[in-house]
Ligand binder design. Structure first.
Ligand SMILES: *Cc1c(COP(=O)(O)O)cnc(C)c1O
Length: 360
């Protein structure tokens, strides 16, 4: 059976090497006589897996020792509540930048727990750009400033972080996790669900500076309390063992390719192929202003809904699947995460070129 090129925003493609390795080890993980799905999370074998995964994360992302790496559940969306519950406990204020649906949802959740303020927004132009902010825009009393680093639905990314001065900066990096080097020391916390760039859905990785811990509100559910999770090395209860194991395989794959600098070069090459085509096409165009374009999610449109629908159908028939844009935007979106091979993008562009010739 031929595998398709899956352009889904998430869950998305995993590297074929990782899937093959997981298949190989499915029935008997390294002589344990069982699969990782079946073994106790308190076993020595699994202890090795979770420790290796954390070690690889620290190595590949260059995470300093004063940060905790947590493997949690509930997806990125659960952190929308956990973040205010853990950190909105000084002034009870937090500043949010609204760059799309995910930032909006995080903001709405924080508003239930405290004085969340929307400092800036790009809603006026359907989130097609990253709003500029100055240090003075932020409330110096705020417990944190929150951003969504890569906006999966709209295809924008922060190429330059907002200057928040001494206010802790927290970022949702779900859709740009491990796609390029990231200076973790600029953040009090970064986190993301796995299903875009790291592993199957089910594990959420939270990287938190230690001085942020220990401030959770009394009402914080135990499972959402980052200090408790950190004290228990993510083993307060049964963690998503299988997903942590796949995370390890993906990290090994990234390391084998040369780490995050190599991922960045690869991702830039893929994105350039697609953006160059969109910029030269008379039928298709990208929707995001060039300086804020994401390397991971590329939304594009034609001028006709009928043509968009025809394109999506014919693309699907030709093995390019999940190219339909998010329901709030319409048009198309190609998500080209780490696992999308370069030839997937080259073939997509060849298909788009042919479609344009045949339909104009
Ligand atoms: C997909 C996504 C989410 C939602 O993740 P869940 O794990 O489904 O809760 C949040 N933020 C961003 C940036 C995303 O891409």
């Amino acid at each position: 059976m031929a595998r398709v090129y899956n352009f889904s925003a998430g869950p998305s493609m995993l590297p074929e090497e990782v899937l093959k390795k997981a298949a190989e080890e499915m029935l008997d993980y390294q002589g344990s006589g069982q699969s990782v799905m079946e073994m106790s999370h308190r076993s020595k074998v699994f202890d090795g897996i979770i420790k290796d995964t954390e070690k690889l994360f620290r190595e590949i992302m260059n995470i300093p020792d004063n940060y905790k790496v947590l493997f949690l559940q509930g997806g990125a969306s659960t952190q929308f509540a956990a973040i205010p519950l853990n950190f909105m406990n000084g002034s009870g204020k937090a500043d949010y930048i609204i760059t799309g649906q995910w930032a909006k949802k995080a903001f709405a959740e924080a508003s239930r727990y405290g004085d969340a303020r929307a400092v800036a927004s790009s809603a006026d132009k359907t989130f097609t750009y990253i709003p500029k902010t100055k240090k003075e825009d932020f409330d110096t009393e705020a417990d944190y400033v929150y951003i969504c680093m890569n906006n999966t639905i709209y295809g924008t990314v922060y190429h330059e972080l907002p200057d928040t001065g001494d206010i802790p900066l927290i970022a949702d990096i779900s859709s740009c996790f491990l796609s390029e080097p990231l200076d973790v020391t600029k953040f009090a916390m970064v986190y993301g669900g796995a299903q875009k760039n790291v592993a199957p859905a089910g594990v959420t990785i939270c990287i938190i500076r230690e001085d942020m811990l220990g401030k959770a509100r009394d009402i914080t559910p135990t499972m959402l309390n980052y200090s408790i999770q950190a004290d228990n090395n993510s083993l307060y209860n049964t963690p998503p063992c299988w997903n942590i194991y796949i995370t390890k395989l993906v990290l090994e794959w990234i390391k084998g390719l040369g780490g995050l600098e190599a991922m960045k070069a690869r991702n830039e090459k893929k994105a350039k192929i697609l953006y160059d085509f969109l910029d030269s096409s008379k039928m298709f165009r990208g929707t995001v202003i060039p300086e804020d374009r994401s390397l991971m999610n590329v939304p594009f449109v034609t001028d006709s809904d009928g043509l968009n629908a025809k394109f999506i159908k014919e693309a699907t028939d030709n093995g390019f699947v999940n190219l339909k844009g998010h329901r709030t935007v319409g048009g198309m979106r190609a998500s080209i995460y780490n696992a999308m091979p370069i030839e997937g993008v080259e073939k997509l562009v060849a298909f788009m070129t042919k479609f344009e010739q045949e339909n104009s």
